[in-house]
Design a protein around this ligand. Structure first.
Ligand code: MN
Length: 484
């Protein structure tokens, strides 16, 4: 595609969701980046600018604002060309310059090890993200295109980059509710980390889908009949699980693909919350719900903003069908997460409570991480806190705390309150005293025993998993002059 028609296509797409914006900066950023990268090529042999355009296109798919799209086009100019931050500020304003600076890597020369370089680059990028969440969206779009073009690198780098994607970028996308991006990153990483397993599973899933199409058609027809007299608007989507999530389930349960056959997934999308419940009622009168399968994430949204009703039903033919019911808006949030909320925020008069809460959590977490000076410790905490496997632990008053798997009573104590953590002398789980290395399980009720004037011990650092607890303990020890 010629540069001109590519630009025209981008302009048209942005115009579709921001009809009143002046799109001159987009054209300017496009030409500027094209020129700045003029003499560079990607490992694929393609013109380097192809990468910049691909990143901007992903941001356009998220329907992000013009400054973010421009920053996407320009995201590598500071790192890879003589253009400076000041040049960008002069040409495109401070907002775009700050975004590009946020995703720019530090000069590698100043680091002694790869661990240190990786840690410091993450630290810098997260600090910029705490200032402006759009930085991480650009970084994720950048990583997506790098993963799509990973086949041009040598095997060692492929594995290293795929591993970083799987252990850091995908979990971060998950935390931000960006599920579509998360699955794409995971499946791409999967192909490089376990090529044989990926190919085998891919073939098995494709074969299974053939049989499922017929079952899906039967379900659609039955539902259609039921809904013909109602005025509820809806559309139905078949849901495909990512290969990586299927693979993980197989590994966890030590089963083969035919053995873990789960239910067919279907989404029903409608206009209002009231109609989500109305549709649920109709579905349950037509198909027998499986006991205990219903969960209401509309009245109780997940931490990452996700909302839907979940239920599993049995069709007359004996097919198990997992159904998610949601509004169009919830559907967008479930695919794009924080990126969707960011977009609503621009047009909305009132602040979005979910988004503010999410951003506070992110800023707070980044602050705790900054206290961890050693690169190894920083990267380990980053990975632990992003782990997908979490435990839900209750206070004696019934309040729930979400902690990473293998978290201990000390992590719990600091999650409740810094003062509780600091003065902790013991812990009871389900009414029994436990040691500080006890690994909390979901559903545990944890009670912290405190003693006034008691203070943290150095060996506590061996018994904590969360950045929050680690940073508070370290901070105290350092103030006391205890070298850690
Ligand atoms: Mn890049």
């Amino acid at each position: 595609m010629s540069p001109e028609s590519k630009l025209a296509e981008m302009v048209e797409k942005v115009r579709a969701y921001s009809p009143h914006a002046d799109l001159a900066p987009l054209e300017k950023a496009y030409t500027y980046s094209l020129k700045a990268h003029e003499h560079q090529a990607r490992a694929s042999g393609e013109h380097y600018f192809v990468h910049c355009a691909a990143v901007a296109e992903t941001l356009i798919d998220f329907k992000l604002d013009l400054a973010t799209v421009c920053a996407g086009l320009l995201h590598d100019v500071i790192e890879d060309t003589p253009v400076t931050r000041d040049d960008l500020a002069a040409e495109f304003g401070n907002e775009v310059a700050l975004l590009v600076e946020g995703v720019t890597k530090l000069d590698t020369i100043q680091f002694v090890s790869r661990d240190e370089a990786q840690a410091e680059n993450w630290r810098k990028m997260l600090l910029a993200t705490a200032q402006d969440i759009r930085v991480i969206m650009i970084k994720l779009a950048d990583r997506l295109h790098n993963m799509k073009t990973l086949n041009f690198l040598d095997q060692e780098r492929q594995k290293r980059i795929a591993y970083e994607t799987l252990s850091l970028y995908a979990p971060l996308a998950h935390r931000l509710g960006m599920f579509r991006l998360k699955s794409e990153l995971e499946d791409l990483a999967f192909t490089y980390l376990h090529p044989a397993e990926h190919a085998a599973l891919d073939a098995q899933v494709k074969a299974m889908m053939v049989g499922r199409d017929a079952a899906l058609e039967r379900f659609k027809a039955a539902l259609e009949k039921k809904l013909v007299d109602t005025r509820i608007p809806y559309r139905i989507l078949a849901r495909s699980k990512s290969l990586w999530s299927i693979y993980q389930k197989m590994e966890r349960q030590k089963k083969t693909f035919p053995e873990i056959q789960d239910a067919m997934g279907v989404r029903l999308i409608t206009d209002t919350v009231a109609n989500c419940y109305a549709l649920l009622g109709l579905v349950h009168t037509e198909f027998k719900p499986v006991a205990g399968s219903f969960t209401d994430y509309i009245s109780v949204p997940k931490l990452n903003l996700y909302q839907s009703l979940h239920t599993t039903v049995m069709s007359p033919q004996g097919d198990l069908i997992e159904i998610q019911l949601r509004t169009e808006e919830m559907h967008r949030t479930s695919e794009f997460g924080i990126a969707a909320h960011w977009r609503y925020k621009l047009g909305a008069a009132a602040p979005d409570a979910h988004l503010e809460e999410k951003l506070n959590w992110l800023r707070q977490w980044i602050e705790w991480l900054q206290d961890l000076k050693s690169p190894r410790e920083f990267l380990e905490s980053l990975k632990t806190d992003l782990e997908l496997h979490q435990v839900f632990v209750f206070t004696p008053a019934g309040e729930v705390k979400v902690l990473p798997a293998r978290a201990t009573p000390l992590d719990f104590a600091f999650a409740v309150h810094t003062d509780i953590g600091m003065a902790c002398v013991g812990a009871k789980v389900n009414n029994k005293m436990v040691k500080f290395d006890y690994e909390l399980q979901s559903g545990d009720i944890c009670e912290i025993v405190v003693k006034k004037g008691s203070l943290p011990k150095k060996d506590w650092l061996n018994h904590v998993r969360t950045a929050r607890a680690r940073s508070k303990i370290r901070h105290y020890l350092r103030e006391k002059g205890i070298v850690v």
